[in-house]
Design a protein around this ligand. Sequence first.
Ligand SMILES: CC(C)(COP(=O)(O)OP(=O)(O)OC[C@H]1O[C@@H](n2cnc3c(N)ncnc32)[C@H](O)[C@@H]1OP(=O)(O)O)[C@@H](O)C(=O)NCCC(=O)NCCS
Length: 171
Amino acid sequence: MTRDLTGERAPMSGTSVVREYGPHDTSALRALVSELQDFERRIEPRLRPGAAMAESYMAGLHRRCRDSKGQVFVADVSGTVVGFVCVLAREVFTELDDPVGSCAVVTDLVVLPSYRRQGIGRSLLDRAETYARAAGARELRIGVLARNVDARRLYLDAAFEPYHETFAKPL
Ligand SMILES: CC(C)(COP(=O)(O)OP(=O)(O)OC[C@H]1O[C@@H](n2cnc3c(N)ncnc32)[C@H](O)[C@@H]1OP(=O)(O)O)[C@@H](O)C(=O)NCCC(=O)NCCS
């Protein structure tokens, strides 16, 4: 079943796999980065539009993967890429008041709207965790906008706990 990005939930009719990102996934990844950004932009309107940042952001993601033992995984439903996660296994703490060492970080996670609530986001998150563990990480972190209640629920469900909060006050 084909749906546009804002369509109703698509029943999972095909085979869903989480696999490593490959060069042939470039345009799908660009669309997903843009989707994620535009989703967050509905919560924080000061963000750049997805189309204005996706290309450069992807270059930055690949660079961070090279520097910090990272990997992009995509969710593939019968040949259609419907979601991705990027995980860095070794993000070194840099500040003197940080813990010593490093942790793993999920930098991005998104599933196309019509494929949500079918377990794909959780599968991507689990894959990121497995990758980080295999690379020797002892802790996995994810940043999320406080008002992104769906993502927060997913993380709490997956046994993450709130760790750091940023408070903001418009001036
Ligand atoms: C967050 C996101 C990746 C979740 O993907 P998903 O494929 O829908 O997630 P899953 O189907 O695996 O959901 C797993 C669990 O997360 C929670 N959850 C996810 N979306 C939810 C929603 N809309 N309402 C309530 N709970 C939700 C539920 O506990 C759910 O388990 P359940 O379906 O058995 O109740 C997806 O909603 C998304 O892409 N959102 C926009 C981008 C985004 O916010 N990314 C995270 C940025 S930090």
